[in-house]
Design a binder for this molecule. Structure first.
Ligand code: MN
Length: 729
C-alpha cells in the first residue's frame, strides 16, 4: 500500500468503478480540505491532506457512498482548521455536516482515559454510531490509516493507540463483519503491543514463503481439476491465503501449540453461485481429502452473530499437512469481507440484504439500550469488549429459531434475549428435553426451552445478577428491581451506604449529607438522596466503585473538624508499650492476621511475634479478647497500640509490570501480595505474551519508594515471575 495518496488515485478508482459517484462533489471536498489543511503536516512530514485522501481511498475500496467519501476528505477540518461546521453544511449539505460532526466528536478525546471521561467517550461513540453507522465506518478507516502510519508517532502514543485499537476498534470492525479492516487493525496493533512475538511469527512465515505458496498452489490445482467435470452455474473461484499474523498468534495461545501444529494457518476459499453448490463442494472436498473430525462448522444454517456465513472444514492435504477450506456464495463473500459496508457496496440489492443490515443495526441499538440503564463505567467498556467477543454460541429455540449469545451465557441470558418478560418469569429450563439449573452454561446446537411461572407478579432474583453473563440480561434485571422495588431499594441502599461509611470511618452529619454526595447524585442522574439510595439498592451504583473517592473527599474537606473526636475514639484497651504508625515500620515486619483480617479503618492492635515482626489484629478479634481475659502481664506486654497510616499521605500512584510464566493462579498470587501489603489497586490488567509468558500490569497507590521496593522484591519471589519493573509513565 503506497503512502502517497493523490486525488488522481481517487478519480481513477471512481472512474473504473461501476458504482455511481458524484465526482465533482468529491473533487470539491478535496479542494476545500486541501486548502484548509494547507501548511499542516503529518508526523511523517508529509502534507496533512495525504491523511484525508487515504481515509477516503479506504472507504472507496469498501464501496461507501459519495457523502461518506466527502466526509472522509473533510473529517479533520472542523477539529484542526478554522473551518466551521456551518461552512461544511452550506457547501456539502446536512448529511456530510452530520457525518463530519460525528467523527469530530469521536476524535475529541481518547477512550482510554480517566474513568469518568472514559464512560463519557464511550457514550459519545455509541451515540454517534446510533445516529448514523457511517460515522463509525469513517472512524474505522481513519483509525486504519493512523495505524498504518503509527511508526511516526512517539512510543507512548504508539502503545496507547495500539491498545485502544485492539480493545475497541478491532472488535467493532469484527462485530460489523468487516473482516479485512478487522484483521489489518489487529495485525498492526499486535505489532506494537508485542513486537517480539509479531516479528517471530512474521519471520517463520517468511522463512517458508516459497514452500507455502507452492503448497497452496498445488491444493488449488487439485481442487480445480476435480471441479472440471462437475456441473456448476459458473466456474467456482478458488483462493488460497495464509491467515493473519494475529489470528495465528491467538491460535498458538489458545491451543498452546507451535506454529507448525496450527491446523488452519492455511486457508483455501471456494466461492460458488448458490447455497446448493456450497454443500456439493463440501461433499467433493471431503471425498478428495480426509476431513479432521469435529472441525466442520456450518455457518450457513446458523450464521455467526455478525451475520458471517460459510461452511468451514479442515482437511489433510499432501504429506498430512492440514488446511482449512471455507465454502461460500458470492453474496456471503461480500458480507464476510465488507460486513455492514456491503450494504452500501450493493445498495441496489435485494430486501434480503436490507434485513441483514437491520439485524446489524439492532446490535448497535442493543448496546446503546444496555448502556442507558447502566451507571457503571466499567460495564459500558465491558459491553464493547465482551459482548463483542468473537466467539459466540448459537442455541435453538424449540421452534427452531437460532439465538446467538456470548460464550458462557446461561439460561438467564438466553431467557432475557428471547423476551424481557420471559426473562422475568423464568423458573427453569430444559435442554434437549432435560431439566437444567439456571446457571447452566449453554453450548452451540442445544435446543433450550424456558419454563415460565404463571404468577403475574413473578420477577427476577437478585442472585441472577451473578449468574447472567450478558450485560443485556443484567441491565434488564436491574431495571426490574429499579422499577418494582423502589421502597425496598431505598432501605437496602441506605443501609449499605451507612455500613460502608462506618467501615471506612466516614462520619458525615445527616444535614451535611446532601452536600457531601451532591457530585455523586449528579454523576448518577439522581435528583434526590432517595433516588441515590435506590440506585445503590438495585445495583446501578456500585459502592465499591465510589467509596474510595468518597473517602478521599471526606479526608480533604470534612475530616479536619472531626479529627479530635477521632483520636479520642481509638483508645487502646490495653496500655500500649508504644504507639506506632504502620508505615513507619518496614512492611516486611508487619503482617495482617488471618484470624480477623483487619481493614483500613478498623480499630487495630499489634502483637509482637517471636521473630516474625508485628501481627496486626482488630480490637474485636477473639484472639485479642482472649488475651485480655487471661490478663497475663507478660503476654499483655506484647500487645501494642498501632494505627493506620494517614490515608491522605497515600496518594502516590505508580504502575508496575510483571512478566511471568503464565500459569493458573498467577494473577491471584500477585493480587494476594498487593492485598496483604494493603496496597490499593487502581487498575490492573493482564494478557498473554508469546510462549506462555504473561504480562500483568497494575496501577497502584503507594506510600513511597521504600514500600515499592519491598513490594517488587516480594513479587519477584512468586513462582514463575521473570521480571518486575516499575512501568515507564
Ligand atoms: Mn483523522
Amino acid at each position: 500500500m503506497t503512502e502517497d495518496y493523490t486525488i488522481d488515485m481517487i478519480i481513477q478508482k471512481i472512474l473504473t468503478d461501476d458504482k455511481q459517484y458524484d465526482l465533482s462533489k468529491i473533487i470539491t471536498s478535496y479542494e476545500f480540505a486541501a486548502k484548509a489543511h494547507e501548511g499542516q503536516t503529518r508526523s511523517s512530514g508529509q502534507p496533512y491532506i495525504i491523511h484525508p485522501l487515504a481515509v477516503a481511498y479506504i472507504l472507496l475500496e469498501l464501496g461507501m457512498d459519495t457523502d461518506t467519501i466527502c466526509s472522509a476528505m473533510l473529517h479533520d477540518v472542523v477539529e484542526d482548521t478554522p473551518v466551521t461546521l456551518e461552512e461544511v453544511k452550506k457547501l456539502f449539505g446536512q448529511d456530510v455536516a452530520m457525518l463530519v460532526d460525528g467523527v469530530t466528536k469521536l476524535n475529541k478525546v481518547p477512550i482510554f482515559n480517566k474513568e469518568e471521561q472514559q464512560a463519557d467517550n464511550v457514550r459519545k461513540m455509541l451515540l454517534a454510531m446510533s445516529q448514523d453507522i457511517r460515522v463509525i465506518i469513517i472512524k474505522l478507516a481513519d483509525r486504519l490509516h493512523n495505524m498504518r502510519t503509527l511508526k511516526f508517532r512517539p512510543g507512548v502514543k504508539q502503545r496507547n493507540t495500539a491498545h485502544e485499537t485492539m480493545n475497541i476498534y478491532a472488535p467493532i470492525a469484527h462485530r460489523l463483519g468487516m473482516r479485512g479492516i478487522k484483521e489489518e487493525l489487529e495485525d498492526l496493533a499486535f505489532h506494537y503491543l508485542d513486537p517480539f512475538a509479531y516479528s517471530e511469527i512474521e519471520h517463520i512465515l517468511e522463512l517458508k514463503k516459497n514452500e507455502r505458496e507452492k503448497f497452496i498452489e498445488s491444493i488449488k490445482q487439485i481442487i480445480a481439476q476435480r471441479f472440471r467435470d462437475q456441473d456448476f452455474v459458473e466456474t467456482p473461484q478458488i483462493d488460497g491465503r495464509v491467515k493473519s499474523i494475529y489470528s495465528i498468534y491467538k491460535k498458538m495461545f489458545v491451543s498452546q501449540k507451535t506454529i507448525e501444529e496450527i491446523y488452519d494457518k492455511y486457508a483455501v476459499r471456494i466461492i460458488v453461485s448458490n447455497v446448493g453448490e456450497c454443500y456439493n463442494v463440501l461433499g467433493l472436498v471431503h471425498d478428495m481429502f480426509r476431513p479432521i473430525p469435529n472441525r466442520f462448522k456450518d455457518y450457513i444454517s446458523t450464521p455467526k452473530a455478525n451475520m458471517y456465513q460459510s461452511l468451514h472444514t479442515t482437511v489433510l492435504g499432501k504429506e498430512g499437512i492440514p488446511f482449512e477450506i471455507q465454502i461460500r456464495t458470492w453474496e456471503m463473500h461480500a458480507t464476510a469481507e465488507y460486513g455492514i459496508a456491503a450494504h452500501w457496496k450493493y445498495k441496489e440489492g435485494s430486501q434480503h440484504k436490507a434485513d441483514k443490515m437491520d439485524q446489524r443495526l439492532a446490535w448497535v441499538r442493543q448496546v446503546i439500550e444496555a448502556q442507558q440503564t447502566s451507571d457503571d463505567v466499567e460495564e459500558i467498556v465491558r459491553i464493547i469488549k465482551t459482548d463483542l467477543a468473537p466467539e459466540d454460541i448459537t442455541v435453538m429455540t424449540p421452534k427452531g429459531d437460532s439465538i446467538s449469545l456470548p460464550v458462557d451465557s446461561t439460561i438467564i441470558d438466553y431467557a432475557y434475549r428471547i423476551h424481557t418478560q420471559i426473562g422475568h418469569k423464568t423458573v427453569g429450563a430444559k435442554i434437549d428435553g432435560k431439566l437444567v439449573p439456571l446457571d447452566y452454561k449453554l453450548k452451540t446446537g442445544e435446543i433450550c426451552e424456558i419454563i415460565t411461572s404463571n404468577e403475574p407478579d413473578k420477577g427476577p432474583n437478585r442472585a441472577w445478577l451473578n449468574i447472567a453473563k450478558t450485560n443485556e440480561a443484567k441491565s434488564k434485571i436491574r431495571s426490574w428491581f429499579k422499577k418494582e422495588c423502589r421502597e425496598e431499594n431505598i432501605v437496602t441502599g441506605k443501609d449499605e451506604l451507612e455500613k460502608a461509611f462506618k467501615h471506612y470511618r466516614i462520619r458525615i452529619p445527616d444535614d451535611k449529607l446532601p452536600e457531601f454526595l451532591a457530585d455523586d447524585l449528579k454523576r448518577h442522574n439522581c435528583n434526590t438522596l432517595d433516588d441515590f439510595y435506590a440506585s445503590i439498592g438495585y445495583g446501578g451504583v456500585l459502592l465499591s466503585k465510589i467509596i474510595a473517592r468518597l473517602k478521599d473527599k471526606y479526608l480533604k474537606n470534612y475530616h479536619e473538624a472531626e479529627e479530635e473526636k477521632e483520636t479520642a475514639v481509638i483508645k487502646p484497651v490495653v496500655k500500649p508499650t508504644s504507639g506506632i504508625i504502620l508505615d513507619k515500620i518496614d512492611d516486611c515486619t508487619v503482617k495482617f492476621s488471618q484470624c480477623c483480617n483487619p481493614l483500613p479503618g478498623d480499630e487495630i492492635v499489634g502483637f509482637i511475634t517471636r521473630g516474625h515482626g508485628i501481627s496486626v489484629h482488630t480490637v474485636n478479634c477473639t484472639n485479642y479478647k482472649a488475651a485480655v481475659r487471661r490478663n497475663n502481664p507478660d503476654e499483655l506486654a506484647r500487645w501494642m497500640d498501632v494505627q493506620w497510616t494517614d490515608t491522605e499521605q497515600r496518594t502516590l500512584q505508580t504502575s508496575i509490570e510483571v512478566i511471568a510464566v503464565d500459569r493458573v493462579g498467577l494473577v491471584f498470587d500477585i493480587s494476594a501480595i498487593l492485598m496483604e501489603a494493603r496496597i490499593p489497586i487502581v487498575h490492573s490488567s493482564s494478557r498473554n505474551l508469546k510462549n506462555g509468558n504473561a504480562l500483568f500490569e497494575a496501577t497502584i497507590t503507594i506510600a513511597g519508594t521504600d514500600q515499592l521496593k519491598n513490594l517488587i522484591e516480594k513479587i519477584k519471589r512468586i513462582k514463575g515471575v521473570i521480571s518486575v519493573e516499575r512501568a515507564r509513565v
